[in-house]
Design a protein around this ligand. Structure first.
Ligand SMILES: Cc1ncc(COP(=O)(O)O)c(C=O)c1O
Length: 444
């Protein structure tokens, strides 16, 4: 089974039809009849199968994946260890509901999470289906454990699309527009955004803390929720010192520090978690995406005394920690560890930064290059200014897509191109993709 995937998909990008091809166009027409138009219609090529960093579409085009399904297939597509673990799990049982009759793989995933997440304190976890659900649960637990209500979030944050997480997310369009009313007791503070605010991490933290204390009051705050490197908001990597200063303030004030590592976790940034780069130890961590190699699984992991403060039955859900997804997570974690994919993420990051830096020197629309490991972005500006250039981001994505490369835009202003390749991408594949991006930038 695995070898037939390899032989069909191949390892090189190859466009053999117009993009989208005729079969994808026909499929897209069918979709429009029955799929809600409220879902983003990003790159309408329909996928038949995938392997490593290559997607094979139904027209036979081989597409280079620089997005990993938005940071999910970190270990690549069709990884033999995951296929085997999932097949084995499916053949045994697909569901019992962990709350009704439990099983070992759920416990094993929680053991891994306790060992891998930062800090050597006692930790417990709850497994869920999506990142949004993990964030919702983290907030629920922090409120119950502290007996406080206020939640601090930041400009440019993205935490999901459910009712509570819409309130936690910053950007109105498309995530929140006309979907209110939103949940109360959410307070948004300025993020550290070195390219735009010019502040050191300490200065930016001081500014945020002063606002929290003046507008909310430390004793009312249950949790401070932050993405250590913001994802959808534009890969904003706070200035050094920002996260440690916030973390210290939360500890001093009995506030639960929740690191949302849903996009940045599981080796993506060159370490297991992005907070590790500054030695920050969160009270709770939310994970999803890269955790289970493409199967839907999410988790909230935190200090045992917080997590266990919840009454029995207060957490859970029908499918959370599904045995097939749990088996996929165990295989994924093993692959990440055995192949040192954190190290590979750092190498990928160096190659991307080097290519983008030389592109920045001889073009005039790249304002900033930032991120860590294999989570790198370029922020596009109008020449000679810092004005966001969303049109350039759109044009670059379209250029890449037409040539068989998945490239993703993001950012509050829609002017950031983010690169999230699978960590098993080869040097040749990466160079090929970066070459297409360079052509795209130069074509503008
Ligand atoms: C940092 C972060 N938090 C939460 C979410 C929501 O996760 P999900 O889409 O699985 O609900 C995302 C998704 O992009 C994310 O990047």
């Amino acid at each position: 089974m695995v070898s037939s995937v390899e032989s069909v998909v191949g390892t090189e990008r190859k466009v053999v039809t117009e993009i989208p091809g005729p079969k994808s166009q026909a499929m897209h027409a069918r979709r429009k009849e029955v799929v809600s138009h409220g879902l983003t219609q990003g790159y309408p090529i329909y996928i038949d199968r995938a392997e490593g960093a290559i997607l094979l579409d139904i027209d036979g085009n081989r597409i280079l994946d620089l997005g990993s399904g938005i940071a999910v297939t970190t270990i690549g597509h069709a990884v033999p260890e995951v296929i085997e673990a999932v097949s084995d799990a499916v053949s045994k049982f697909t569901h019992t509901c962990f709350m009704v009759t439990p099983y070992e793989s759920y416990v094993q995933v929680c053991e891994e999470l306790a060992a891998l997440t930062p800090g050597d304190h006692a930790k417990t976890s709850a497994l869920l289906n999506s990142g949004s659900e993990a964030v919702e649960n983290a907030v629920k637990i922090a409120r119950l454990a502290t007996g406080r209500q206020a939640v601090i979030v930041f400009d440019h944050a993205y935490h999901g699309r459910t009712n509570l997480t819409m309130a936690l997310t910053a950007k109105n369009m498309p995530y929140k527009d006309r979907f209110g009313p939103f949940a109360p007791e959410i307070y948004r503070m300025p993020m550290s955004y070195p390219f735009r605010d010019g502040l050191s991490g300490e200065e930016a933290a001081k500014r945020a803390i002063a606002q929290i204390e003046a507008q909310v009051g430390a004793k009312n705050v249950a949790a401070l929720l932050i993405e250590p490197i913001q994802g959808e908001g534009g890969f904003i990597d706070p200035a050094p010192g920002f996260l440690p200063a916030l973390s210290k303030w939360t500890t001093d004030n009995g506030v639960v520090f929740i690191a949302d590592e849903i996009q940045s976790g599981f080796c993506r940034t060159g370490d297991w978690f992005a907070v590790n780069h500054e030695g920050v130890i969160p009270d709770m961590v939310t994970t999803a995406k890269g955790l289970a190699g493409g199967m839907p699984l999410a988790a909230v992991t935190g200090r045992a005394e917080l997590m266990n403060a919840v009454h029995e039955g207060g957490l859970g859900g029908t499918y959370g920690g599904n045995p097939v997804a749990a088996a996929a997570a165990l295989a994924t974690i093993k692959v990440l560890r055995d192949r040192n994919l954190a190290g590979r993420a750092r190498e990928i990051g160096e190659q991307i930064v080097s290519a983008l830096t030389s592109l920045q020197k001889d073009t005039n629309i790249i304002g900033d290059i930032r991120g860590r490991g294999a989570m790198i972005a370029m922020e596009l500006i109008e020449p000679g200014t810092k004005n966001p250039n969303a049109a350039a981001a759109k044009a670059i994505v379209a250029y890449c897509n037409a040539r068989g490369v998945v490239a993703l835009a993001c950012g509050t202003f829609g002017n950031v191109i983010r690169l999230l390749p699978p960590l098993v991408i080869t040097d040749e594949q990466l160079a090929d993709g970066l070459g297409v991006i360079a052509e795209a930038v130069r074509s503008l």
